[in-house]
Write a protein that binds this ligand. Structure first.
Ligand code: ADQ
Length: 514
């Protein structure tokens, strides 16, 4: 059936639309662009071709009518209150999120959450099918929509489909815990191209296809649909709008605000900063522990040193997040009670969201930026920090478990699990001579400037266009030969490598089935 209504050559599907609803005192509804790299990147792409964005508007219940905003056609998808609970808070954030982040907290499995996830993914796919022009490029975002690629392919075999994972893709041993692992992989294999933050994520995905579906794989390709179609999985790390953010950070009012922030926390010799969504993946507890020990052992102390920790409210209806918040706030209270001074708290804790200007000022005010996640797909805060440091000041302490670390090797690297090591790294970041820190900052900035979010989007779309050609109409839609699930029994590494090199890896799950 041809789509009714306007259609577009580029369609983005993401859990959220790139706008937030603002209701004025007189009841008038206004949509405000939500800040974020993805929107900026899409604006740069959609400048040359009109595009549509399919996503949830943020309120449970009926979806608003489609509308245009900043040159993008926004097509809202509805979510009921039950779906917000089961698909979003439940399956996406309490099942998938922990599994994809090394099971830092245990994952919860509920069959009704899975049913809701399927239903919502189907609704997104139908909306995409409605707005995609003949032969359009469809770019699906993130872990909330992993079934959408295959569902769209079924509805619209004419379009080219990409998916990008903003979070890590877990090792097969963890992924295999998911009762719906085969369906998720098959959902993703509906795409032509799958993008990941790190090569390790892409490799984890390919390996999961080989071991759990018995699919044939060769390097970064997975063969599906009876060898008639190939899906490529590769790393294209996301970034920030370097130019836009740097311009903002250079504004005199933002620079003045940075000075004001320093003055308002007592003009310390060293201002440390943490900026995170309040999430257990971000390593906030580990950071506070290291900082507390540095203070109690008198390596550092207020008023010379202070820490500003900004923790954005996040997923507050999920238990693990509520517990984390209570624990962090208790720890901050203890540190201040035991190690702070009157007028000179050891930690300034802020549980707010801030406008971009304030974030840029905070970054410029910070001598040491602490980015200590236990696992993070990328971590844009690290890239934003170096982007804002046009003065070449500051030092970035960066966890090896972030995607960002794979690009920002010159940063002060840390393993947040190693509290003793983390303490030493923080001290090194404080004590390294300014000249050396400037050299490091210059190198970090060069990397981000050369690999900004506009380049990320362009690279992604080029990879999507270059993905292996789709099957001819006669061969389309044939069932996958390995649709049946294979038990998790890894082939010996050498045999798998040899098979991969020979281009026969995984052929009917050789060495996989017992
Ligand atoms: P997140 O887990 O949300 O993103 P991150 O990459 O750090 O993590 O992005 C957070 C964003 O929110 C940054 O742009 C930051 O400036 C902003 N922010 C944080 N605290 C704020 C506050 N108090 N006020 C205003 N803004 C605030 C997911 C993945 C990451 C991946 C991104 C993008 O988990 O690994 O880098 O997607 O792909």
């Amino acid at each position: 059936m041809p789509p009714a209504g306007p259609t577009y050559d580029l369609v983005i599907a993401a859990n959220r639309l790139p706008v937030d609803k603002v209701v004025a005192d007189d009841g008038e509804v206004e949509w405000r662009r939500s800040p974020g790299g993805l929107v900026t990147a899409m604006e740069s792409v959609m400048r040359t071709q009109p595009g549509a964005w399919v996503g949830w508007a943020g309120d449970a219940g009926e979806a608003p009518e489609p509308f245009d905003e900043h040159g993008i056609y926004l097509h809202p998808v509805s979510l009921s209150a039950d779906e917000v609970r089961d698909y979003y808070e439940g399956f996406a954030n309490d099942t998938l999120w922990p599994i994809y982040h090394d099971v830092i907290v245990p994952a919860t499995f509920h069959r009704e959450w899975w049913a809701s996830y399927q239903a919502v993914n189907e609704r997104f796919a139908e909306a995409v099918a409605q707005v995609a022009a003949e032969g359009a490029r469809v770019w699906v975002q993130d872990y909330q929509l992993q079934l959408v690629p295959a569902l769209v392919r079924k509805l619209r075999p004419d379009v080219r489909i990409g998916w990008f994972n903003h979070i890590p893709f877990p090792p097969v041993e963890l992924f295999a815990q998911l009762p719906w692992r085969a369906q998720l992989l098959e959902g993703l294999l509906g795409a032509d191209f799958l993008g990941f933050q790190r090569q390790a994520d892409a490799r984890n995905f390919v390996r999961a296809c080989r071991q759990l579906l018995g699919a044939s794989t060769k390097r970064d390709r997975v063969t599906v649909e009876g060898a008639h179609r190939q899906v490529r999985a590769a790393a294209i790390p996301i970034s920030v709008d370097f130019q836009g953010l740097e311009e903002l950070a250079k504004r005199p009012d933002v620079m003045a605000r940075a000075r004001e922030i320093r003055a308002s926390v007592g003009d310390p010799e060293v201002l440390m900063l943490g900026v995170d969504r309040l999430d257990y993946t971000k390593g906030i507890r580990h950071r506070l522990k290291a900082y507390e020990e540095l203070l109690s052992e008198r390596h550092l102390g207020p008023p010379e040193v202070t820490l500003v920790q900004v923790a954005t409210p996040s997923r507050e209806r999920v238990d693990a997040y509520r517990n984390l918040r209570a624990e962090i706030e208790q720890t901050v209270g203890r540190i201040n009670g035991e190690l702070g001074k009157i007028g000179a708290p050891a930690v300034h804790y802020m549980h707010h969201s801030y406008p971009r200007e304030e974030m840029a000022a905070l970054f410029q005010a910070a001598d040491v930026m602490l980015v200590t996640p236990l696992r993070d797909g990328m971590n844009l805060v690290a890239k934003e920090y170096v982007t804002c440091r046009h003065d070449l000041g500051g030092a970035l302490v960066l966890s090896e478990f972030t995607g960002a670390w794979h690009e920002l090797h010159q940063a002060f690297a840390c393993n947040p699990h190693d509290i003793e090591g983390l303490k030493q790294t923080i001290l090194r970041a404080v004590n390294t001579p300014a000249k050396d820190k400037q050299r490091i900052m210059k190198a970090l900035r060069r990397r981000v400037a050369d690999h900004d979010v506009q380049r990320w989007a362009a690279r992604y779309l080029a990879a999507l266009d270059a993905a292996p050609d789709q099957p001819s109409p006669e061969t389309r839609g044939r069932p996958t030969p390995h649709a049946q699930e294979t038990p998790l029994m890894p082939a010996p590494a050498e045999a798998a490598e040899a098979a991969e090199a020979a281009g026969t890896a995984g052929t009917p799950a050789r060495g996989v089935r017992s």
